[in-house]
Design a protein around this ligand. Structure first.
Ligand SMILES: [Zn+2]
Ligand SMILES: [Zn+2]
Length: 185
């Protein structure tokens, strides 16, 4: 039995223009990753779900091909020119095109959502790197991991650090969630 759990997705800027085409089995986690990679995008849109890996590869190739036909180049953050699926994780600062890339130039685009750099441990309130996927300090993450209860009630907001009822699934207070929901929802 082959898993059919792959989504094809696009990252879009706020004018709904595609800046990246990719595939994942976990759009939510992938979106948070992309944010941390400092890609500039407004939304991650799942275009198609329920695909096998092979189907998703084909989907991605076709999308890239179609995109290149219309635009004469790859989406801003897709770096391969041959239309091969990348499945790649871009790290922050790696935004230069690789050698042989057809991308004519790197466009300067205003960042629409700023990713917070620091956050706070949900449990002890200590300052830690911002990461909604892992909003705990090392010690408390270890403890949390023993039970992996994503709804376990914690005391601090991951973003502002203030005392609020939070949990792994809701790591932010209401007002922080409003301004940062792009990273978690
Ligand atoms: Zn802690
Ligand atoms: Zn907050």
């Amino acid at each position: 039995m082959v898993d059919k759990n792959i989504y094809g997705y696009t990252l879009r800027d706020r004018y709904n223009q595609v800046v990246y085409i990719g595939q994942t089995n976990n759009p939510r986690a992938r979106r948070a990753e992309h944010r941390l990679e400092e890609k500039e995008f407004y939304t991650l849109k799942t275009e198609r779900g329920g695909m096998t890996k092979a189907q998703a590869d084909k989907w991605e190739r076709d999308w890239l091909e179609g995109y290149r036909k219309r635009h004469g180049r790859n989406p801003r953050y897709n770096r391969t020119t041959d239309g091969q699926p990348t499945g790649k994780i871009y790290k922050g600062g790696e935004s230069k095109p690789s050698k042989g890339s057809q991308r004519p130039r790197v466009q300067k685009v205003e960042v629409t959502v700023a990713v917070p750099e620091t956050g706070y441990c949900l449990r002890c309130g200590k300052e830690i790197p911002f990461n909604p996927q892992r909003p705990y300090c090392t010690t408390d993450f270890r403890t949390w991991e023993r039970f992996k209860n994503t709804e376990y009630e914690e005391q601090h907001c991951h973003v502002c650090g203030e005392e609020h009822d939070t949990s792994m699934v809701k790591p932010m207070c209401r007002s922080c969630y409003r301004s940062n929901r792009a990273f978690v929802a």
